[in-house]
Design a binder for this molecule. Structure first.
Ligand SMILES: Cc1cc2nc3c(=O)[nH]c(=O)nc-3n(C[C@H](O)[C@H](O)[C@H](O)COP(=O)(O)O)c2cc1C
Length: 333
């Protein structure tokens, strides 16, 4: 499932090393507050279902890991459970297992607003992800072809939702223009889901999709998308996702301006191959690598990490410069 012919651009982003950090690993603090909850790590296991036969087992395992590590989790699209109530159990399990943790609901952005609210209520969610996936729909033979009215629908969901709404891309990234439009609709949390990880065009093409293979390069790489949106300086909370595999890439994304990281495909692969124990070890490794990266930049907290200098090169620098964003703002701070 996790097909990624292109990179996230985070390989172009370099944290500047500090030889005398004056810190012990034990005092590195990776806590973050997101949606009013204090998490121990800036990490969300991002939305996944559809195609996972063992949805109940997967959701139970990630909820238990959510409790164990005090991290967030998002369920996959709940549309099927809104249509067939018997399927709701595979989603409700996440709240049963983790009554006090951070859990995000998930529906398509064109979901009828009352239904979207029901999805959030189904799992007593702390936030509601609305996924945006136009390229994926266009790649599917039977996918949607009508996208007018999406913005009004999002604004209405924001108006009636009892919990904060998160607009979420699924691997094609968000430009600063998109971010600004969503912000103006009242969406103040964005999951930019950049190109570089799970590639739904490649996945759909493998299943006899109707876009050509050359479309697999479509989208804004994750690094460029984070930099574009954070350069707006809007009071947004930014979830960086799309091709992030571990703690070093997470540290780079956070230093570029993200508040929290979402990982989907990589975690699903580890879970499928090595089970819950393997995923537990993977998250443990994520924690160690994030802390090590923070220590080596002399950052005791995530706030300090977000002030550490970054050198951006390669095609990410090229992209940002072409878009009028001066990469020295990260290099010389
Ligand atoms: C098997 C699978 C199922 C997914 N299902 C959903 C979904 O139901 N809703 C959604 O918003 N995103 C879904 N996603 C997208 C992820 O949440 C994420 O945005 C995307 O995979 C990019 O992150 P990654 O590169 O870490 O995988 C799915 C991803 C995978 C791999």
């Amino acid at each position: 499932m996790d097909e990624h012919p292109y990179t996230s651009g985070l390989e172009d982003v370099h944290l500047v090393h500090n030889s005398v950090p004056e810190l012990d690993l034990d005092e590195i603090d990776t806590a973050v507050t997101f949606l009013g909850r204090k998490l121990s790590l800036p990490l969300i296991i991002n939305a996944m279902t559809g195609g996972i036969k063992e949805a109940l087992d997967f959701n139970r395992d990630i909820s238990e890991l959510g409790v164990q590590f005090n991290i967030g989790i998002a369920v996959g699209s709940q549309t099927i459970a809104l249509e067939n109530r018997q399927l709701a159990e595979s989603f409700k399990i996440v709240r049963k297992v983790n009554p006090g943790g951070l859990i995000l609901a998930n529906v398509a952005a064109n979901t009828e607003p009352q239904m979207a609210v029901r999805a959030a209520e189904m799992i007593e969610a702390n936030g509601l992800q609305l996924h945006l996936n136009v390229p994926q729909e266009l790649a599917m033979r039977e996918g949607d072809r009508k996208f007018k009215g999406l913005k009004d629908n999002i604004a209405e969901i924001v108006r009636i939702s009892p919990v904060p709404v998160i607009a979420k891309e699924v691997g094609f990234g968000m430009s600063r223009e998109t971010a600004r439009q969503l912000f103006d609709l009242g969406v103040h949390i964005l999951d930019l889901g950049g190109r570089g990880g799970t590639n739904f065009i490649a996945i759909e093409q493998a299943r006899s999709g109707v876009l050509a293979d050359e479309f697999t390069s479509w989208g804004i790489p994750t690094a460029a998308s984070i930099a574009e949106i954070s350069s707006l300086n809007l009071p947004l909370q930014l979830v960086a996702s799309g091709g992030i595999r571990g703690g070093l890439e997470a540290a780079k994304a956070l230093a570029l301006g993200a508040d929290i990281i979402g990982i989907a495909g990589r975690f699903l692969r580890v879970w499928s191959e090595e089970g819950k124990k393997g995923l537990e070890e993977e998250i443990e490794r994520f924690r160690y690598h994030l802390k090590a990266s923070m220590l080596m930049t002399g950052s005791k907290t995530l706030t300090e990490l977000r002030r550490t200098p970054l050198v951006i090169g390669g095609s990410t620098a090229h992209w940002l410069t072409a878009r009028g964003i001066d990469v020295s703002r990260w290099a010389r701070r």
